[in-house]
Design a binder for this molecule. Sequence first.
Ligand code: M6R
Length: 622
Amino acid sequence: MCGIVGYVGGGQAAEFLVDGLYRLEYRGYDSAGVATLDGHGVLHLVKTAGRVDRLQARLERAPAPGAMGIGHTRWATHGAATDANAPPHLGGDGSVAVVHNGVIENHAALRQRLLADGYRFLSETDTEVIAHLVDHCLKGAGPDADLAADGYEALVAAVAEALAQLRGTFGVAMMFRRRPGVLIAARRGSPLIVGVGRGEHFLASDASPLVGRTGRIVYLGEHELAVVTPGDLRVVHRDQGRVRHRVEQLEIDSGQVELGPFDHYMLKEIFEQPETIRAVMAGRIDHDAATAKFGGLNLAPHELRAVDRFLMTACGTSWHAALVGEYQMEALARIPVEVEYASELRYRNPPLCGHPLVFAITQSGETADTLAALREMKRKGYCTLGLCNVVGSTIAQESDGGIYLRAGPEIGVASTKAFTSQCTVLAMLALYFGRLRHLSFDAGLRVIEQLEQLPEMVAGALETNDAVRRIAEKYAGCDNFLYLGRQFNFPTALEGALKMKEISYIHAEGYPAAEMKHGPLALVDANTPSVFIMPQGPVYDKVTANLQEVKARGGPVIAVVGRGDTEAASLADDVVEVPNVDDFLQPIVSVVPLQLLGYHVALLRGCDVDKPRNLAKSVTVE
Ligand code: M6R
């Protein structure tokens, strides 16, 4: 949701800004714009409702020259997606231009105050409130505070004074018409990265716009403000004053953010899964001790040994991974697990006795509800672990310890490779905690053997692509789908249904297969396919019985089965065979044809697979 870019240096800012906004498109947005400042002190503002393509077309007609600038993709929160509400927004008489991610909760009260002070608003946005407020604080600092030759001290003080009045979350970038050559960026609860170049600096809300521009980055921390000029970067903390910043290596290459031979990022990411699963396990298996090992748990062995329950919290697909984790932990580690939607947990007050360990599971590391739930759990004194994909993300920074998913950038809005990496990490954690307790050395080795075969098994599941495409052609016209599975594959059913509904806009529901009799069976008819996830395992016979109940009522059945299963093939209308694996790893293999089914159906229905309507990649508002 929303994306920020900024540039100050010797090149043409608009070139980086527009390219960067294209790279940020995946986050979800509905308007875009840039502001640049040219060598004559003229501020150029070009913005539009709609896609970056439209912005680009406008810039071709009315270029925005200048060696510094800021840009934004906005996902509407305050005010509709109109040209007037499109970013950037100007403060005062155009003294300052601002772009902003996040939500300002007290925007209405601030707006009233600023209106009373004579400010005129051109938009309904909370961002414009920030712009006028900064202008107001600058004016309050004296007639020429923005020009003071004091190393930007007055400028920084005025911006800090404005930011201190904001309630809510923000990542902001701004520039000042009378002060060329300096950008100010700041964050509270919304990420910002500075890219360090030669005689130039870049700003971005995530690393993707920086790939190919610079390999050196600085993650701004909470309550930090950066003063950025072509040759200098200074970071000031709200309470600590000037702080030393750490330049880190950007570990994403251009291949990871480009489509390559694929038509869509979603398909690319589905096919990356054998590699991403390999990556998440690399260096984390300890054969000698028949266990998994993790570098960033930040807990002493006796503290880990004392953990007697897990609370896993997440949203969407990551929540489904948590449900898989619940089954894995129970099976391998025999530790009770509670899984809770982050949006619920943040307002709940669950009594947790003993020594719980809280997991925040998230691809982006920025999901507002997951972050709020994590903070609430930390406030209560619980120990927290972040399972995040995006390096340096807020949840990764704020958790007490963590494990990175190493799946590389996930750009398709529908999460695919992050899910399988999450389930793999959770299986490894189950092994780890199992080995701290009752799991024998031999049993540990058996789990490792299965884990190590997983990339190949997922590669085997990808071979179903052509068969799944044919099935998609048969059912793409249906308006409803049911997804049914039991035990480990109940969350797989939920995930399959989510993939279908979010990218094809078809109504799809996932259920534990046996629950069907308690209501959903009423939906079954000749136009409602039921997708059964039923690899061989302890509940195979039970699921087969559920399948027959659907068939008896005239419902078409698509069955995802283990290789060589002739029984299901004789009962179902369509069958997809996946490699056979132990039940604790089945969701990671069985979900692959479900991802492909969602993808092909969406494509056949003409949907925008990577950028489904109404959705954003990273949900940074409550
Ligand atoms: O970045 P997170 O994993 O925290 O995101 C959580 C959900 O917003 C996300 O999984 C969402 O449900 C996806 N669109 C699912 O494909």
